[in-house]
Design a protein around this ligand. Structure first.
Ligand code: NDP
Length: 244
């Protein structure tokens, strides 16, 4: 499936590491004009060297006002990937207000805010667009110590459908990708115990976790015209986990 995003303006959040970083690289290689948004400037500097010509924006997306200042006038965006997230581990009985607020602010509130900025721009310019939320299979199943994180992902499923319904008449499609574990920095932190990782992997029918590339390919498909009639959906990239 050869995709072409030549000249299309795209914005990716959480672009400094992991899935977001590889999404920027893929979009850049396929000709998109990418705005890479992340929290750590050194990550964005090294990404710029790998992808000459991208625009970078360094902001903590948990901060509503700073995000408005950084992205309020970001310019045209036709393709949006809401990927930034944090996954703190806390047993349900030990969930703190600080962790709850920060996780919801990064994973959910910033997704709403950035989507509003971008969708308003699309509607103002009268162009079609595609928005992809990077969610998780834990929107559908739970894993230990991830109740808050999983709740943000569950809420993303509802926002995906609500946004698809309200933005569809403007030719804006909204979908999510829902991966199982990917061994990025986040995945390695969540699955630091090798025995738990081994047992979890064995519960996947394909006997593996997902690769970053698998997730990026699904994101690219949903951004592209190849999914022109798909909106309000979530693609599982879960090595069959939910079928088991
Ligand atoms: P990583 O932790 O490897 O990368 C996350 C990126 O998001 C980093 O560049 C990070 O920057 C950035 N980010 C985090 N918080 C903020 C913030 N407040 N403002 C701006 N940028 C921020 O995560 P992954 O690549 O693994 O995860 C990407 C997406 O995939 C997430 O939505 C995650 O929930 C989802 N996912 C991941 C899975 C996994 O197992 N890895 C499984 C299923 C879904 P910095 O490091 O500077 O904070």
């Amino acid at each position: 499936m050869q995709l072409n995003f030549r000249g299309l303006p795209a914005l990716v959040t959480g672009a400094g590491k992991g899935i977001g970083r590889d999404t920027v690289k893929a979009l850049h290689a396929l000709g998109a004009k990418v705005v890479a948004v992340s929290r750590t400037d050194t990550d964005l500097v090294s990404l710029s060297k790998e992808c000459p010509g991208i625009q970078t924006v360094c902001v903590d997306l948990a901060d509503w006002d700073a995000t408005e200042r950084a992205l309020g006038n970001v310019g045209p965006v036709d393709l949006l990937v809401n990927n930034a997230a944090v996954a703190p581990l806390q047993p349900f009985l030990e969930v703190t207000k600080e962790v709850f607020d920060r996780t919801f602010n990064v994973n959910l509130r910033s997704l709403v805010q950035v989507s509003q900025i971008v969708a308003r721009g699309m509607i103002h310019r009268g162009v079609p667009g595609s928005i992809v939320h990077v969610s998780s299979m834990v929107a559908h199943v739970t894993l230990p110590n991830l109740s808050v994180y999983s709740s943000t992902k569950g809420a993303i499923s509802v926002f995906t459908r609500a946004m698809a319904a309200e933005l569809g008449p403007y030719k804006i499609r909204v979908n999510s990708v829902n991966p199982t574990v990917v061994l990025t920095a986040m995945g390695q932190k969540v699955l630091a115990d090798p025995e738990i990782a081994r047992k979890l992997k064995e519960r996947h029918p394909l006997q593996k976790f997902a690769e970053t590339e698998d997730v990026v390919n699904s994101i690219l498909f949903l951004l592209s015209d190849r999914s022109a009639s798909t909106s309000g959906s979530g693609i599982l990239v879960d090595a069959g986990y939910l079928a088991s």
